[in-house]
Structure formats: structure tokens, C-alpha cells
Design a protein around this ligand. Sequence first.
Ligand code: HEM
Length: 487
Amino acid sequence: PTLPPLVFHYIPWFGSAATYGMDPYKFLFDCREQYGDLFTFILLGRRMTVALGPKGNNLILGGKLSQVSAEDAYTHLTTPVFGKGVVYDCPNEMLMQQKRMVKFGLSTENFKSYVPLIKKEATDFMNNELKPVAGEWKQAHALHSMAELTILTASATLQGKEVRGKLDKTFARRYEALDGGFTPINFMFPNLPLPSYKKRDKAQREMSEFYQEIIRGRREGGADHDHDMIAALMSSAYRDGTPLSDSDIAHMMIALLMAGQHTSSATSSWTLLHLADRPDVYEELYQEQKEKFGNPDGTFRDLTYEDLKDLPLLDSCIRETLRIHAPIHSIMRKVMSDIPVPTSVAAPAIPEKNASYVIPEGHFVLASPGVAQMDPKVWQDASIWNPHRWVDEKGVASKALAEYDGGDKIDYGYGSVSKGTESPYQPFGAGRHRCIGESFAYLQLQTILATFIRNMEMKLEEPFPKTNYQTMVVLPLPAKISYRLRK
Ligand code: HEM
């Protein structure tokens, strides 16, 4: 079999770790320029084969279970943080069932109850932390503020009353310790004799016990917590009738906490930064709020879950932010059996024989939807944040984008254009491991942003921040946003 082209590197085992780690998108775009959509690079001894573009995304994200495994690529990073028995520490068939149980907790009925709760948290945060004043610009650190508000809103809703009630210093310390074990370093080196690894393990045990105590408390107290994820998981079971154990539930709650926290706070920070940078769009968003919810006396009526489906511009701002700041830049799988590469992904290796490339067992594969999302061949002014590209003058999603998705109509609002595995827009991934948190993330982001838009003006008084790739998700480097109360 013919192997994909190997990216040139100087140091054998180390390979391209430095260039990939410093700026993965630059590295991937540069390699694509030189080698095409299919190539292999060395990452600390691992052979990573990259397949780019919608066809490449499809090859990896739509890969057969017999060919690609997520658990073999991720478990060494995730299991010490989440805990045993769930997600990537069990067979894929069980993860699929766990995802179905989580989806049961992400119901429309629950979502309806979340909108006022998120609005309350966002309003309290504004009044108690940001304290905007009319006629006077104040500044806040975008990412710090949004990280705090994300955990407040996620715990007030999904995580449940007890977690929200116990967001104290102890919880913050445990969270920080767990998070400190969820970094690219931990991915590269699963076990080092470093204090951060010990802290991670201790925090995992404590966090697991914290959730299990809540679960026991609920069993004994028979309290009614119908609308949160712990309640949903406590009432669900595997197909054969086996319920989740207390430790399974605890570990899934930790997994959901970690899955949602950085992705959502990165997205809200980037969105706010772009809005502060574009007062014209911010003003348009204010008009959208006034048109849809404005009362004659200048106040706004409360948002409801149904209303969120009818905010095309706000939706487009989030969607556009996820296009150029997809929080997850690399999606990985371990190759379990040889994968023949279709000639639609890469031209035949030996054209005379029409022989295609093969990605051999033992390699890892890497999909980077962000590359297709920023491809100038697909998107006009690909690197420019332009929310209007998602709506036409009638306020509906643009036709050009519908065509990217194989001509299917875009399911506007809570759907997305990325349902298929072959698409140039997949910030939530695709296929069997696709995100199930998308609609919750949108609900949370829209409600927070709508609350800010209604009450504050914003501007950016410093250069637009560059990107930090040293973290698990793509974050903005420290930057401050200026804000003041609307008159
Ligand atoms: C999977 C992105 C928010 C839970 C994924 C994947 C991506 C992603 C790209 C696919 C990973 C892979 O294929 O290896 C995002 C983004 C978010 C977000 C951009 C916010 C803007 C959330 C939230 C939750 C969540 C809020 C929980 C409530 C999950 C779960 C999976 C997943 C359970 C499935 C993992 C699997 O099947 O292997 N997400 N996510 N995500 N996400 Fe999200």
C-alpha cells in the first residue's frame, strides 16, 4: 500500500510538534499548500494522518467503527478527568446510549425552563460584577467574565440547584485542578510525575464524590429536580434495563461540565469581542431586539425559548463566530484497520495503476473542520467576520450556503448546516461523535448575548486579540471590552 506523503521534519520523534502546537491552522494550511488534502505528520512519536476539506472530514468523521476509534485516541486524556466507566472509558456502543440519555435531559420542556434562569444569572452578573454606568465606559476582561458567567448559567440549568448553590471556593479549586489536567500537555504525556497530575487525580475523586453525594441526597430526599441533567440521568437506563450507577452519573456530569465550559465560554468571548469591534452590527442586534420584543414604553418583554428561534442576526453572529473560531481545531481518531483513501479525497497515489493511498492501522487520523470553514476557495472573504453572509435580505439563511450542504434546505434556528459528515461547516463535528450540546450552547449564548445587547453598549479600545492555541480549545488571548449602560 502507498502511504500518504510525510511532512518534512528535522527531529525524528518530535516531528512537527512545535509548528503544529504553536499555530495548528497555519501548519495545516501550509501543509495543504505543499502536500494537498492528505498528508501524515509526526507528533511526538504518533503518526497523524490529516484529511482536509469536506471529503476529508467525511472520510474521518463518517469513518466506520471497524476503522476508526475515538476512545483509543482520547481515553488517556479524558478518563483521568471525567472518571471511569463512561464516555471514552467504555465501548462505543455504550457511549452512544449515554449520549441518548443526555439528549433526553436536553428536552424542549427543560429548555423552556432554562431561558428565564439564564437571563436571571446574566442580569445578576451584569448588575453585581460588571455594574455598567450610563455615560461612563468601564472595562472587563472578555474571557474571564464569560468563563464565570458560563459556569453560573450552566449550573443554574443543566448541572442543577445543588451545584449552583455550591459554586464556592472549594468547587472552584477542584474545577481548576481538573482543568489543569485537561491540556494539550496531558494529551501528549498522559502520566508525568508532576504535581498537576496528582492534583488532577485528587480533584477527580473529590468531584466524583461531590456529585454522588448530590445523587444520594436526592434519592433519600425524594426532592423534585425535574428539569436538570442529574434528574434525567437518574431516571434513565441502558437498553438492557441496567440503570446508570451513581459513579457513572457523577462521571457523566463531570464530562458534560468539561465539554461545555470552554467551548461555550470561548464562543461567547469571541462573539462579544467581534461585536465590540463592530458597533454597527451591535446596533443592528439592538434593533432586532427592539423590533421583536420592544414595548411601547421602551422596555423589553421577556425572552422565551420560542423567541430564540426567530433572531436571525443574533443567530448568524454566533454561527459566524463558530466558523472562524471553531473551539475544537483538531478531531482525532485511532486507526484500527487500514483505511483506503477514496480518490475524491486525494488523487490516486500511482495514477497508471489507479492505486489509491492507504492510511494504515496504528496511525491516528486528524480532521480539522476549521480548515474547510476558513477555506478561501469555499467562502468569500473567508478570514473576515461577516455575520450577514448567513442571511439574505429577507432574513433567511443564504442559498449559497444551503448548496454547500448538498442542496438541502438549511434548518434555520436550532438546526445547523452541519448535519452531514461531508460539509465545509462543522463546528460541532459530525457523525457518531457529533456534539449533542449544540442546542444548549445556542440557548445559553443567545440568552446571555440578548441580555447584554438590551442593556449595554460596547466597544473595543485595543487591537483585536490574537488566538491562544496553547489550550484545549481555541481561546482569545487576554483582551478587555469597554461597556456602558444604555441610556
Ligand atoms: C462532541 C464542539 C458544547 C457535549 C463535540 C464535538 C465537537 C464539539 C467538535 C466532536 C468531537 C469529536 O468528534 O471527537 C462543541 C462546541 C460547543 C460544544 C463548538 C459550544 C459552542 C457542548 C456542550 C455540551 C457538549 C454545552 C454538553 C452539554 C458534547 C458531547 C459530545 C460532544 C457529549 C460527544 C462526544 C463523542 O461522542 O465522542 N462537541 N461542543 N458540547 N460535545 Fe460538544
